[in-house]
Design a binder for this molecule. Structure first.
Ligand SMILES: NC(=O)c1ccc[n+]([C@@H]2O[C@H](COP(=O)([O-])OP(=O)(O)OC[C@H]3O[C@@H](n4cnc5c(N)ncnc54)[C@H](O)[C@@H]3O)[C@@H](O)[C@H]2O)c1
Length: 333
């Protein structure tokens, strides 16, 4: 494939609207269509980007000129659109998680492999300079063998309310760290023991904590929360640490290093994820889409194979099962 990648976006909510803008702003992409079941949302995005508006993704996928799609539908609704896009022969950038359970993820992978289409999963931490540096610092020749890992991802309660039962703390937040920990530990999680709590009545879990075992003998802990009041700086905090036999490495993303101080208090701002800089969306998400566009055009492999992204999904299943039963759960591979 040469020249300009002709792209569509399916699902134009919080994240799909950002995908649409980044594709529209990219010099090697042309946003030809946007789709949301909400016609007003689709028409608004079409008006600001110059793309055609659709309310049915099948009509968008039928455009003969379309090369690729970003799929940004709610977590439980990925399968129908991915399978249709694969059958239509389009390259697919699918937002994480690959699917909300392993059985669905397997069907998606089968459809993609049967069609021969290309698939990349939007694991944005693979494009975050902070997490990529932890990955390199945790190379076996530097860290030795990992002994213990700790991951934290905490967000605000209004996100849990906004998503309701369309998502879960594991699909929306947890999968980021499961993928990152398995990537950074160079080992898969084999067993989990989780507990969760729901007191706020948001329609979602408030928090889930877990202890996990890796195939290489390391242990890990997960700290996920959707219970923080909305005043939390930037709406989230994350951290990751790895202690090995020779050295250790850690990230503390309690803030993004940028503050505005007014009489009413101190607020932060996005300096990493998808900040608007000089009139364009920059940061990790723009780098992720840039990689998708360039690798699709050139035919080069995507940074992460979808089979590696798949490896996070059985861990989500095991965490949900353990939190439900109150017992440790093996990860079914
Ligand atoms: N990588 C990240 O950091 C990150 C951040 C946020 C969201 N996400 C992922 O992006 C995806 C979308 O999340 P979101 O927060 O944008 O959700 P959202 O609820 O804000 O948006 C979903 C959109 O899909 C539309 N929709 C639902 N069913 C549809 C259908 N059948 N056809 C067309 N449109 C339909 C809805 O109208 C809505 O506009 C999720 O998979 C989520 O996990 C990733």
């Amino acid at each position: 494939m040469t020249g300009t990648l002709k792209v569509g976006v399916i699902g134009l909510g919080f994240f799909g609207s950002r995908h649409a803008r980044i594709h529209a702003e990219h010099l090697s992409a042309e946003l030809v269509g946007v789709c949301d079941r909400d016609p007003v949302r689709a028409a608004e995005l079409a008006a600001t980007t110059g793309a055609r508006a659709f309310t049915d993704f099948r009509e968008l996928l039928a455009l003969p000129e379309l090369d690729a799609v970003s799929i940004c539908l709610p977590d439980r609704l990925h399968e129908g659109a991915v399978v249709a896009a694969a059958r239509a022969g389009k390259a697919i950038l699918l937002e994480k998680p690959l699917a909300h359970d392993a059985a669905t993820a397997r069907r998606i992978v089968k459809a993609v492999e049967t069609s021969g289409s290309r698939l990349m999963i939007g694991h944005i931490l693979r494009f975050d300079p902070r997490y990529v540096q932890v990955f390199h610092a945790a190379a076996p020749e530097r860290i030795g063998a990992p002994i213990h890992l700790r991951a934290k991802r905490n967000g605000v309660r209004s996100t849990a309310r906004r998503l309701g039962d369309a998502s879960s703390i594991l699909f929306y937040m947890g999968v980021h760290d499961i993928d990152a920990m398995q990537w950074i530990a160079r080992s898969r999680i084999s067993r989990v023991y989780a507990q969760k709590v729901a007191m706020l009545g948001t329609g979602n879990e408030d928090a889930l904590y877990a202890v996990v075992n890796f195939e290489n003998g390391a242990i890990g802990s997960l700290d996920y929360s959707w219970a923080w009041p909305d005043g939390l700086m930037n709406g989230f905090r994350s951290a990751l640490e790895v202690v090995g036999t020779r050295s250790a490495t850690y990230l503390d993303c309690a803030d993004q290093g940028f503050f505005t101080v007014e009489d009413s208090g101190t607020t932060g701002g996005d300096t990493h994820l998808w900040p608007e800089i000089n009139g364009r969306i920059a940061g990790d998400l723009a780098d992720e889409l840039d990689h998708f566009i360039n690798a699709t055009l050139s035919g080069k492999p995507y940074l992460q194979h979808y089979r590696e992204a798949f490896d996070a999904i059985p861990v989500l299943d095991a965490l949900a099962e353990s939190a439900r039963s109150g017992l440790p759960a093996e990860v079914a591979r």
